[in-house]
Design a protein around this ligand. Structure first.
Ligand SMILES: Cc1cc2nc3c(=O)[nH]c(=O)nc-3n(C[C@H](O)[C@H](O)[C@H](O)COP(=O)(O)O)c2cc1C
Length: 279
């Protein structure tokens, strides 16, 4: 069995789960490969088509944003090739607290193209949205708390991977409350993203012009002019620049300059590197 895993991750949680799924499938004898949608390989439509069509089944993953699909992943879904015959597909999302039907909502991009969602899963990971515009619940906590959360997700991955291998159908959130929670949260999606975009600010007194934010913005929404970083109007709210800026020069209102009150989430593991998100 050949499986292609394709994911988007803003700050590393979805990357972590995607890698764990790959390892679990490989341990079960599956030829599993894992790619970020930001991998340059996908710049070419033919590569995209080949990776999808040569796989027996596909797994898509993304972080839930107000129970919806992040813009970069939405755009990727729209680029997917139309399939001649239906292909088994699994979808997972990572979340901080809950998303109702947050993984299944991907079906609106997939079903008409021949991707048949057979399994969905939600993985509770560290909250990358502990920010002023949002209710400050579910703080990330220390390294040990992150490790425990990751370990629980890894355990859940084993069940998810086993279902994918056996072909057992298993869908989360396809019920009245799942759709209700999802629909209520999605009602805030566009406003939330716009709000974050408007509140992001760069502290130029701290910025060292490392240009990491610019290089790794998934929407190419950050530019530099005369050594000044500008965040433009097309932010997808992935939190990558805000959380991973090495000198905390990117803020969401002045409130987040208090890093004790708003500690940054530096990724799921101690050895995590931002460059993993584009591989
Ligand atoms: C704009 C935004 C909206 C979010 N909305 C939700 C949500 O509705 N439910 C939830 O449980 N987590 C929500 N989160 C938290 C993330 O989904 C969660 O931390 C995720 O694991 C981040 O994955 P990543 O590190 O791969 O980007 C949101 C995060 C962002 C940035």
């Amino acid at each position: 069995m050949k499986t292609t895993i394709v994911y988007f991750s803003g700050t590393g949680n979805t990357w972590y789960v995607a890698q764990e799924i790959k390892t679990s499938l490989q341990n079960k004898g599956v030829d599993a490969q894992c790619y970020s949608i930001e991998n340059p390989i996908f710049e070419d439509d033919q590569n995209l088509e080949s990776l999808i069509t040569t796989a027996d089944n596909i797994i898509f993953g993304f972080p839930t944003y107000a129970s919806d699909v992040p813009w970069p992943m939405q755009k990727f879904f729209k680029r997917l090739p139309q399939l001649n015959s239906s292909k088994d597909t699994a979808v997972f999302c990572t979340q901080a607290f809950g998303s109702g039907d947050g993984a299944l909502i991907a079906d609106k991009y997939l079903k008409d193209k021949g991707y048949f969602i057979k399994q969905t899963a939600h993985f509770n990971m560290s909250n990358n949205f502990y920010v002023p515009v949002f209710i400050r619940v579910f703080p990330v906590g220390d390294q040990e708390k992150i490790r425990k959360r990751n370990a629980k997700a890894t355990e859940k991955v084993q069940t998810f991977a086993a279902k994918i291998v056996s072909g057992e159908q298993s869908i989360i959130g396809d019920n009245f409350f799942g759709h209700l929670i999802g629909n209520v949260q999605r009602g805030h999606f566009d406003a939330l993203i716009k709000k974050i975009n408007n509140l992001l600010i760069v502290d130029h007194s701290l910025c060292t012009n490392c240009n990491q934010c610019l290089k790794f913005c998934p929407e190419q929404n950050i530019t530099e002019n005369d050594s000044k970083i500008t965040i433009n109007d097309n932010c997808c709210s992935c939190m990558r620049c805000y959380q991973l800026c090495p000198v905390l020069a990117i803020n969401i209102t002045n409130k987040t300059t208090d890093a004790k009150k708003y500690p940054r989430f530096k990724g799921p593991t101690k050895s995590f590197k931002i460059s993993e998100l584009t591989k």
